[in-house]
Design a protein around this ligand. Structure first.
Ligand code: ARG
Length: 462
């Protein structure tokens, strides 16, 4: 049985299964490099403040360096009896360099240590997620630029509404992602703070320099209150919340991809690299990756609700409940990074069936608003124009045709304001081109939008 690092006060040891239940080493081993980095900064600070001698500082730093190399080479083995990554590493250090290793924990506690690790970890992962989101935006831009003049049915209630530029539809996601990036970027301000040196909760009697260790770790600042420093998990909640919204966006696009690639729609074809076959039906090509991302959205929401629930009603300061903050965070990082990577590739490589979409928009009633607007522009109150158009749509349905095929005489029966030029107005391409209000789907507006988007993410405009 390994002796506990905190065993002094105890008369007997816990049974193995109890240790196992309490241990976090099974998952917090993911923080090994952050933990070593945090310890390195802490020791340097202790040395600089004269709390450890130069000799002691160097001995510990040497030991930590060796552990870092072993960690990078994946050579470290951990023990459940040592509970977590912090105690496992401290034990290894002491085994290696002797009792001086025990001085590493001067002026700190596992409470500020674990919080520091989490801040370091999440800061880097958040930056990576921002970069991946931007790459995905780039993929959207590439497709959008190629499809400014590709007509597509626009929907409300999943019913054909008005024709749009396909680029316009895709670009809607660009802007959602821009907001997602904004949320992650904003959260960085609060991630970028050092809890190190807060101790267990109350600070320490040693003359430490928290600003110095924060600076060594690249943090922009330090927590102002030691109790807040060790109790705060808001930054993880924010991360999970920004991730949840991002996943909501991804799952909406996933749903569209799934619809568009169905035989019923046939608007796009996914690259083989992002589709799978069926084990029984040879003809099938399934949009599995899009479905999986839609499905994984649920676990990210679950992680958010899980942590919020864990934190609810927790008294200050550290409570063991907080050990539950990790798995959901790791899982979310993995899910979000994976989903963004897959999505960028899927969008970049999909084939857009422009003919199918254009054919579709020419045989529906999504140009009915054009007729109503045409009449309104000629002075008829819009409500009345709406009524007239509705009647003409009904006539078409009875005749089994669409508006552009309805003879002028039939139209004039409802309103003599309608003249020969109506047929130009009814052309879907005209319907799209003319929607040139700011932010509308008119081709010119879509180009303006794409230009702004490129400027935002620093892509050279053609
Ligand atoms: N494994 C613990 C966690 O992840 C580390 C902090 C433990 N602190 C304590 N006072 N037991 O929360």
């Amino acid at each position: 049985m390994t002796e506990k690092l905190w065993g002094g006060r105890f008369q007997k040891t816990a049974e193995e299964w109890v240790d196992e239940f309490g241990a976090s080493i099974g998952f917090d081993r993911e923080l090994v490099l952050e933990d070593l980095e945090g310890s390195t900064a802490h020791v340097k600070m202790l040395g600089k403040c004269g709390i450890l001698t130069q000799e002691e500082t160097e001995a510990i730093l040497g030991g930590l360096e060796k552990l870092k190399e072993q960690a990078k080479a994946d050579e470290l083995e951990y023990s459940v009896e040592l509970e977590d990554i912090h105690l496992n590493l401290e034990k290894k250090l002491t085994d290696d360099i002797g009792p001086v290793g025990g001085k590493l924990h001067t002026g700190r506690s596992r409470n500020d240590q674990v919080a520091t690790d989490m801040h370091l970890y999440l800061k880097e992962r958040t930056k990576e997620i921002i970069a991946l989101t931007e790459d995905f935006q780039q993929a959207i831009l590439e497709q959008a630029e190629a499809h400014v003049e590709t007509l597509a049915p626009g929907y409300t209630h999943l019913q054909r509404a008005q024709p749009v530029s396909f680029a316009h539809h895709l670009m809607a996601y660009f802007w959602m992602l821009e907001r997602d990036k904004g949320r992650f970027t904003d959260s960085l301000k609060r991630i970028d703070l050092s809890p190190l040196g807060a101790g267990a909760l109350a600070g320490t009697t040693f003359p430490i320099d928290r600003h110095y260790s924060a600076e060594l770790l690249g943090f922009a600042g330090v927590y102002e209150n030691s109790m807040d420093a060790v109790s705060d998990r808001d930054f993880i909640v924010e991360f999970l919340s920004a991730s949840s919204l991002l996943m909501a966006h991804l799952s909406r696009l996933a749903e569209e991809i799934i619809l568009w690639s169905s035989q019923e729609f046939g608007f796009i074809e996914l690259d083989d690299a992002f589709s799978t076959g069926s084990s029984i039906m040879p003809q099938k090509k399934n949009p599995d990756m899009a479905e999986l991302i839609r499905g994984k959205t649920g676990r990210v929401y679950g992680n958010l609700i899980g942590l919020l629930t864990t934190l609810k009603g927790l008294p200050l300061a550290y409570n063991k409940d907080m050990q539950e903050d990790k798995e959901g965070m790791f899982d979310t990082v993995k899910t979000v990074t994976g989903s963004l990577r897959i999505f960028a590739g899927m969008i970049r490589t999909m084939t857009v069936n422009t003919d199918v979409m254009e054919e579709e928009v020419s045989k529906d009633f999504s140009n009915a608003t054009e007729l109503a607007d045409y009449l309104a522009a000629k002075g008829m109150p819009f409500r009345e124009a709406h009524e007239v158009t509705g009647k003409l749509v009904f006539t078409c349905i009875q005749k089994g045709c669409v508006l552009k095929d309805l003879p002028l005489s039939d139209m004039q029966e409802e309103s003599t304001l309608i003249e020969e030029d109506i047929y130009d107005v009814l052309a879907p391409v005209a319907a799209v081109r003319r929607r040139n209000s700011y932010g509308g789907t008119g081709f010119d507006q879509v180009c303006v939008q794409i230009g702004k988007a490129k400027e935002l993410i620093g892509v050279a405009t053609k």
